[in-house]
Design a protein around this ligand. Structure first.
Ligand code: F58
Length: 766
């Protein structure tokens, strides 16, 4: 391995210089680490050979300081600097804003991918938007979610590097003789963050575009007396990258969202084409463009527009070339989440693109791009991609059978699977350093960049299993302290920590979990001396601001928490905690301290999940359905180390056809019926007893997500979890096996799969 790009001494000198200039410790550490990245950033921009551009509306990168210091081997130096300044590295880490430029799994996956690319040496660049406000900050007021703007730039942008690149992006206007004359133009200005790989040998650039006005200030207008209007162009341009759209399926169809999508695509493709030096025909040998879901799918028509209008290619040639370059990842089968834009809106905002889309629809009628006056972005992306991938084996098969059945029949080679993964640097070494130490003690160095080596933990050594159990105990004790101090809920660290953390959504079924919690509480109250295994039920997650039902679920969880936590009968047997403002940093705190990982979506609905992988790698046992990557986790860790319950995707489809399925399930499961009663008898909210009747009515009525039908088996699996947990040694063994057998879920493996099957890119060696 080559030397690190920066020596400890040089780093210390950089920090000292900044401290002397008046920087605080955190700023000085970030600044010196950022400077250390400059050579890697330059190298990344200069690298020849084929590279990938990963286009994504979301990059949920989280905090960067800890990961950067570890990548460069600078933690010890940084820690000493902090001590000399009268603080600790931990405190400095905590002060860094958590950059939440994404909603959930899709955005976090993009961040893991960049880090893996940098670690294994896959030349590439991530393109995204520099939202001023990322995903909203969630607080709880009387148990209800309240949203406030997120403000990750409040201390400036210490990680950013300035590549000095900017492009004009047009919107609207008209097309005359095939030439687009936009009615509005804004400037896209690049802001780079370099993401270093482990060992600090490579970096991948994350290039975030910010919108600015071409003429930010109209002096004439100002002098004329219109002081506010003089800055109107700037305000209007800035609005483009002001906020990240929350996953708000109920409020789809926003023109601003489509504008954001095109802005990302236009700026990124302009940047890529500006860098392309060879012949146009060689474009696909130099560049692969990966579309992270359909959000950047307008890249297809945009690339065709550039090739036809700018480079004079014939339409058919342009389509063929675009298809060689582009590939598309699908992340959802939920019909309401599949993007489609009204033709009228598309024609108004992007008239030339709408022409191209109509030509494509005529040329490829089997693709079904236009449908009842709407542009179906999934079909468009499919038609213009040489590969379309799903994100778990099950999801990929379901794609072939459902959303893309017709297209799959026409293009049987196009759909491939790339099961998701997570970076073990952040999700083991970063968030659970004590576990990393135990692993290294057992199997030596090298596993962090070759995660399949975790299998070397088998046959399990008793000492290693004990050490892992000890780490878990310590992590739980630390979490218990934090829950008491920060959230006012004292919990017993010896209890089973049962954790469900993810976006709040009906298909993810937090309501199944809370109904089981209510039923458990009721039985514990009936017989508190019955030898229950103590539980701490932990929830965290944000609901889309317009998603009423999801917000009701949050409210219910908090009302249950209030009642249960104050109950002297059940006392420490059961506690319920909702940790507010779920984000990457909260996940890093909770996952290492979890015993039970809740992955309980209705089978067929969760494309993959990546949280499920993080939990397994940190020694939690999954209770889950046969959905998404749970299937592959169970195959690998072994059925005897996984708490399976619930219907399969096929059974779900069949069950839905049975009239009155929910009422029947409730009638045959008295525990559920009794728990549902509490949602309208004032148990949890006495001044408005009916408040949660909507949830109860849904579960006992339409129940699209089959909470009622899966309840009995979920209860059974939960009691099996109790039995397993009561045998502490047996549990520790299963937890250790989850770690030893989850090495396949590294995002390094996923990226190698994309490189081989989709991008045709080789790793560069240092
Ligand atoms: C997630 N999608 C999937 N979408 O739900 C999850 O199963 C998968 O593991 C993950 O992608 C990575 O493949 C997801 O996070 C969004 O957040 C969209 C953002 C834009 C609006 C619609 C939801």
């Amino acid at each position: 391995m080559r030397d690190l790009p920066i020596s400890e001494d040089a780093f210390r000198a950089g920090v000292d210089m900044r401290l002397a200039a008046g920087d605080g410790v955190a700023e000085a550490l970030c600044g010196a680490a950022r400077d250390a990245m400059v050579p890697l950033w330059r190298q990344a921009q200069a690298s020849g050979g084929k590279r990938v551009a990963y286009l994504s509306m979301e990059f949920l990168i989280g905090r960067l300081l800890r990961e950067t210091l570890r990548a460069f081997g600078l933690e010890r130096a940084a820690s000493e600097i902090c001590a000399a300044q009268g603080t600790t590295l931990g405190e400095v880490f905590e002060a860094e804003p958590d950059a939440a430029l994404g909603n959930g799994g899709l955005g976090r996956l993009a961040a893991c991918f960049l880090e893996s690319m940098a670690t294994i040496g896959c030349p590439g660049v991530g393109y995204g938007l520099r939202y001023e406000h990322g995903l909203f900050r969630q607080s709880l007021v009387q148990g209800k979610q309240v949203e406030a703007p997120e403000d990750w730039l409040r201390f400036g942008a210490p990680w950013e590097l300035n590549p000095g690149r900017a492009y004009e992006v047009g919107f609207g206007g008209h097309v005359t003789d095939g030439v687009w004359h936009p009615g509005e133009r804004v400037r896209a200005v690049a802001h780079d963050v370099a993401v270093p790989g482990e060992g600090g040998r490579f970096a991948v650039i994350l290039r975030l575009w910010q919108a600015e006005a071409l003429r930010p200030f109209d002096l004439g207008r100002f002098n004329y007396g219109d002081h506010v209007g003089a800055s109107a162009a700037e305000a209007s341009a800035r609005a483009l990258t002001r906020v990240l759209y929350p996953d708000d399926t109920n409020e789809a169809g926003k023109a601003l969202r489509l504008k954001q999508e095109y802005f990302l695509v236009a700026a990124s493709l302009a940047d890529l084409m500006a860098d392309h030096e060879g012949a146009l025909a060689d474009l696909a040998d130099a560049l692969a463009v990966q579309l992270n879901d359909t959000h950047p799918a307008i890249a297809g028509p945009e690339l065709i527009r550039l090739l036809v209008d700018g480079w004079g290619l014939a339409f058919d040639e342009a389509v063929a070339l675009a298809r060689k370059v582009l590939a598309y990842t699908n992340h959802t089968l939920l019909p309401e989440a599949l993007e489609s834009w009204p033709e009228g809106l598309m024609a108004w905002l992007l008239p030339r693109h709408m022409e191209i889309i109509r030509d494509l629809d005529a040329a490829l009628p089997e693709a079904g791009i236009l449908d009842h006056g709407a542009v179906r972005m999934g079909n468009l992306a499919f038609a213009l991609a040489h590969r379309v991938n799903g994100v778990s084996a099950l999801h990929t098969e379901l794609m072939k059978e459902t959303v893309f059945a017709g297209l799959h029949a026409s293009y049987p080679e196009r759909i491939v699977n790339q099961t998701n993964g997570v970076t073990p640097r952040r999700w083991i070494a970063g968030c659970n350093p004590a576990l990393a130490e135990v692993i290294t003690g057992a199997i030596g160095d090298g596993w962090l960049t070759d995660l399949e080596r975790l299998s070397g933990l088998e046959p399990l050594d008793g000492g290693v299993v004990d050490a892992m159990a000890g780490v878990k105990r310590a992590n739980k004790a630390r979490l218990a302290e934090w829950l008491a101090d920060e959230h006012g809920v004292p919990v017993d660290p010896g209890a089973m920590f049962d954790v469900q953390i993810k976006r709040i959504h009906e298909y993810k079924r937090q309501h199944l979990n809370i109904l089981e919690t209510i039923a458990l509480w009721q039985e514990m109250r009936d017989a508190p001396e019955a030898g229950w295994v103590p539980r701490v039920k932990i929830f965290a997650g944000k609901a889309a601001p317009g998603y009423h039902f999801a917000k009701e679920i949050i409210h219910l969880i908090n009302r249950v928490a209030e009642r249960v936590n104050a109950d002297e009968v059940t006392g420490d047997l059961l506690k319920v905690v909702f940790v507010p403002n779920y984000n990457v940093s909260v996940a890093e705190r909770l996952i290492p301290a979890s015993d039970l990982s809740e992955q309980i979506s209705t089978a067929g609905k969760e494309a993959s999940g990546t949280g499920n992988m993080k939990f397994a790698l940190n020694g939690a046992i999954t209770i889950g359905t046969l959905d998404g990557a749970n299937v592959e986790i169970r195959e690998r860790v072994g059925a005897e180390n996984f708490l399976l319950f619930g219907m399969t995707a096929e059974e779900v489809a069949a069950r839905r056809e049975i009239p009155g399925h929910a009422a029947e399930a409730v009638a045959s499961e008295p525990r559920l019926a009794r728990a549902l009663e509490t949602l309208h008898d004032g148990t949890f909210i006495d001044d408005w007893p009916d408040l949660f009747a909507g949830i109860a009515g849904n579960v006992a009525g339409h129940d699209h997500y089959l909470v009622a039908s899966d309840f009995a088996d979920y209860w059974r699996a939960q009691r099996e979890a109790d039995d397993w947990y009561a045998d502490a040694d047996g549990w520790a063994q299963k937890a250790a096996l989850n770690i030893a057998r989850s090495g396949w879920f590294s995002s390094d493996r996923t990226i190698r799969g994309y490189m081989r099957d989709i991008w045709g890119i080789e790793t560069v060696s240092a």
